[in-house]
Design a protein around this ligand. Structure first.
Ligand code: 4NP
Length: 150
């Protein structure tokens, strides 16, 4: 799960998807394309909205996306088009390029991008949670049907 700062959107995506999949078989992580907040906890507003839904994301620490992540992960989800393009630009092969997708392309929602809530109020974080949650449910359902051979 990749956004710009790895403190608002992608920590929520990591926390939500992790809560929906089997930790024995699926590894979920997040990172940012920028390095402004490396080592920091998620934004307090993300921690708060996650807590409202019973998820504790306060133990996450910000890191920057690096090229080795292309080998470590099968799917790399970008929160918006700017981050999608950044990741596509870092890909060194067709295989790496094909791993990169827009998160909301997995969900039946009206927008393709998760808006950046950093400079807005707490309402933005509730909207972001809802959008990310829809996509994460769709992803976990895809994984379940793949595993059950459907
Ligand atoms: P995120 O939000 O990409 O969802 O983590 C942002 C966090 C920090 C900044 C921008 C966006 N920033 O400019 O520091």
């Amino acid at each position: 799960m990749v956004c710009l700062g790895n403190i608002c959107r992608s920590p929520l995506a990591e926390g939500i998807l992790r809560s929906l999949v089997d930790p024995e078989t699926v590894e979920v992580d997040s990172a940012g394309t920028a390095g402004y907040h490396i080592g920091n906890r998620p934004d307090e507003r993300s921690i708060a909205v996650a807590r409202k839904y019973g998820l504790d994301i306060s133990g996450q620490r910000c890191r920057k996306f690096h090229s080795a992540d292309f080998a470590s992960f099968d799917r790399i989800y970008a929160m918006d088009l700017a981050n999608l393009r950044h990741l596509q630009g870092m890909a060194r092969s067709e295989e790496e390029l094909n791993k990169v997708r827009l998160l909301l392309d997995e969900a039946m929602v009206e927008t393709r991008e998760v808006p950046d809530p950093y400079y807005g109020g707490p309402g933005g974080f509730a909207e972001v949670f809802e959008l990310i949650s829809r996509a994460c449910h769709a992803i976990s359902e895809q994984m379940e049907s793949k595993n059950s051979g459907k």
